[in-house]
Design a protein around this ligand. Structure first.
Ligand SMILES: Nc1nc2c(ncn2[C@@H]2O[C@H](COP(=O)(O)OP(=O)(O)OP(=O)(O)O)[C@@H](O)[C@H]2O)c(=O)[nH]1
Ligand SMILES: [Zn+2]
Length: 213
């Protein structure tokens, strides 16, 4: 436990609670990033910001807010498109510059174990939205307040937001950050995730213009 103190020591605190715990360099296959860890008020593990290039508040920054998906991001699950989106965003930011905010909102905020329960319900024929509701959760239990705090802390003022999810865009409405453009992030569907993407489009309002579902 000797090192615990250094790990929890805060180096920055701004606004209403976003706390940057530590910052370090992260060379990746997509280029060199600056990695920040932010303490969360609601989630056990820190949110992460991966920043590629200098942040100029005068210019709009490319931004993706990505919610944790252990099954997709780490294990290559075909049930969703998260892993492919994460890779796409990092590659894009590696080339163009940008900020990936990795939120520890596993399973749209209900956690990994509950998401696994919803998978079992989905295997019985319920869709991704219905399965959440059957377990007593909101169809999407996330909000993006902490992501916005992190972007504020990084000095971001105007963004091009990489998402197909209108809720993410709406969440900036009362914030100090302007979303001046949406960058679509539509991954080619496959047999295993077509139904999931269709439900996101038809029942949850996600924008899919270029892929056939
Ligand atoms: N409860 C639940 N969560 C899921 C399911 N499939 C994926 N997820 C979670 O959904 C979230 C998807 O996150 P994102 O890719 O950031 O968000 P999105 O709402 O798809 O919006 P985009 O920005 O358009 O990608 C992750 O937290 C996944 O773990 C599911 O069937 N049930
Ligand atoms: Zn996923």
């Amino acid at each position: 436990m000797k090192n615990a103190r250094a790990i929890t020591m805060t180096v920055n605190k701004k606004g209403n609670g976003s706390i940057s715990l530590v910052r370090t360099k992260l060379p990746t296959k997509h280029g060199n990033f600056e990695m920040y860890a932010y303490k969360s008020e609601f989630y056990q593990f820190p949110h992460i910001a991966l920043v590629r290039g200098a942040i100029d508040p005068e210019n709009a920054q490319n931004v993706r807010i990505h919610s944790e998906c252990m099954t997709g991001d780490l294990f290559g699950s075909l049930r969703c498109e998260c892993g492919e989106q994460l890779n796409h965003a990092l590659k894009y930011f590696g080339e163009e510059g940008g900020i990936l905010v990795y939120m520890r909102q596993e399973g749209r905020g209900i956690g990994l174990v509950n998401k696994m329960h919803t998978y079992n319900l989905q295997d019985k024929g319920y869709n991704t939205r219905e399965a959440n509701v059957m377990l007593g959760f909101h169809q999407d239990a996330r909000n993006y307040d902490e992501a916005i705090e992190i972007l504020n802390d990084l000095g971001v003022k105007r963004i091009k937001l990489m998402t197909n999810n209108p809720e993410k865009i709406k969440s900036f409405k009362d914030s100090a950050i302007d979303v001046i453009e949406r960058i679509p992030i539509e991954m080619p569907p496959h047999d295993e995730n077509k139904g999931y993407l269709k439900t996101k489009k038809i029942e949850m309002g996600h924008i899919f213009d270029s892929i056939k579902l």
